[in-house]
Design a protein around this ligand. Structure first.
Ligand code: ASP
Ligand code: MG
Length: 463
């Protein structure tokens, strides 16, 4: 079971999470728990690390004190037993002391390496896991907290987005957890963090706690990985945009990955990839309504008749960059060059489309990256004679229509674009992957809601 930051945002929520775990353990299930840092703590740590590198001593001291206070309060609000509470508070305060020293150390020399940054970022999970273990003990369970490294997750040393070495990891995690769980102990594991073979702490990328859940699940060969959410499960569209959006009972890993890439941040794509590789069934469960089955994510998508589209999703606020010039025709290296330039600038490309006349390449970029992308492309390409112009258009969004049933079903694209034409919505660019799992297109930001609602109605996704 994995719990995210929103689910452990304060003492009352820790208690709620504890009672959910208790419910299944007392039913006779063996449960391994993975937790994120408390809500927004990793952001605070990121910020503190940056301020430390600028030698802002007072700032980081205050940040460390605030975090200590927040965790102290959460523990006091969620653990009743005096002895367990005192023990937990002591462990939290020792970890917070360590955090403060590290931040002041960084502020002293004014240097932040990727390695020390990962050390700082991991403090959120190093605090939340012992706190949750304390709550479980308070509820009468036998529980024990582990960091990712302690439980045996080893990665390479690509700090910030370290990759687990799965062969060693699965073996070590199983050896660490199985005997313990046989003894009735509920392990509580820090998500997001792991360590190198030399024992140096790493992080596996923002949102990486989901990934930890997959890794642990694959290691102990669990029956299912349950990701608990404050939303009720995966939905056919964002319920804030579409009133009659429905729950999806069952979806394939490939479809869920498409949804994740297109802004429905329900489960981290790396976690899905890992789960798919180890054939690990996933389930998204609702904290507010644990009796509900939730959405299950499985290897094979069940495609019901006429059920070609599973969900409509969107990314708001994208910029469209178009690189054009007649002499791009037949210059195969140019697309590679364009992408390389953007990679060097660490700009994420959300969508690419190239016209078959090869006169232009169009790229969708998150809003923050638009001008930077345009500048970098102009600087490198305008002298090259192949390229005439690099233009940018802002205020757009991507809409993606996702579903495994689209594969080999003719006419889906026609239906999508007919619907848009009927609504009078102009389409600026289109892309479809050869997997045929999604059709995505770019429209004006202000048309997004209308487009999604119309498609949702047209494909009869509503309840
Ligand atoms: N705490 C980490 C983050 O905020 C990992 C996670 O929450 O999954 O990115
Ligand atoms: Mg998350």
């Amino acid at each position: 079971m994995k719990f995210g930051g929103v689910s452990v945002a304060d003492g009352a929520k820790f208690r709620k999470v504890g009672s959910i775990v208790q419910r299944y353990v007392s039913r006779g299930d063996q449960v391994a728990v993975v937790t994120s840092a408390m809500h927004s703590v990793t952001n605070t740590l990121t910020d503190a690390a940056t301020q430390a590198s600028r030698k802002k001593r007072d700032y980081v001291k205050k940040a460390a004190d605030d975090l200590a206070e927040r965790h102290r309060k959460a523990a006091e609000d969620s653990i009743e037993d005096k002895e367990i509470r005192a023990r937990t508070l002591e462990s939290l305060s020792a970890t917070c002391e360590d955090l403060k020293n590290v931040l002041l150390g960084i502020a002293h020399i004014g240097e932040l390496t990727p390695r020390s940054r990962d050390y700082v970022l991991g403090f959120g999970e190093r605090l939340s896991a012992p706190l949750l273990a304390g709550v479980l003990e308070d509820l009468g369970l036998k529980a024990r907290a582990f960091t990712g490294g302690e439980v045996g997750i080893v990665t390479d040393d690509d700090y910030g987005s370290a990759q687990p070495l799965m062969n060693v990891t699965t073996l070590q995690v199983r050896q660490a957890l199985e005997p313990l769980m046989e003894d009735g102990v509920t392990p509580v594991i820090s998500g997001f963090i792991a360590q190198t073979q030399e024992g140096i702490q790493t992080t596996m990328g923002r949102g990486g706690s989901d990934f930890t859940a997959s890794i642990v699940g694959a290691s102990i060969r669990c029956d299912e990985v349950w990701v608990w959410k404050d939303v009720d499960g995966l939905m056919t569209a964002n319920p804030k945009l579409v009133k009659n959006a429905r729950f999806i009972d069952s979806i394939s890993f490939a479809e869920a990955m498409e949804l994740a890439h297109f802004g429905a941040e329900v489960i981290h794509p790396k976690a899905l990839e890992c789960a798919a590789r180890y054939q690990l069934p996933f389930r998204v469960k609702s904290i507010a309504d644990p009796d509900r089955q939730g959405s299950s994510i499985v290897s094979e998508a069940k495609v019901k008749d006429g059920d070609v589209v599973k969900a409509i999703t969107n990314i708001n606020d994208v910029d469209l960059i178009t690189v054009s010039g007649a002499s791009m025709v037949g210059t195969p290296r140019l697309p590679a060059k364009v992408l390389q330039i953007l990679t060097d600038e660490a700009i994420d490309v959300l969508m690419i489309s190239q016209s078959s006349s090869e006169e232009s390449i169009t790229l969708a970029i998150p809003k923050e990256g638009g001008s930077k992308a345009q500048n970098a492309l102009e600087l490198s390409l305008l002298g090259s004679k192949q390229v005439r112009e690099v233009s940018m258009e802002a205020g757009l969004s991507i809409v993606a229509v996702v579903g495994a049933g689209m594969r080999g079903t003719p006419g889906v694209a026609a239906r999508v674009f007919t619907t848009m034409a009927r609504e009078g919505i102009n389409i600026r660019a289109i892309a479809q992957g050869s997997s045929e799992l999604n059709i995505s297109f770019i429209i004006k930001r202000k048309d997004t809601e209308r487009a999604i609602q119309a498609l949702h109605d047209d494909f009869k996704l509503g309840g």
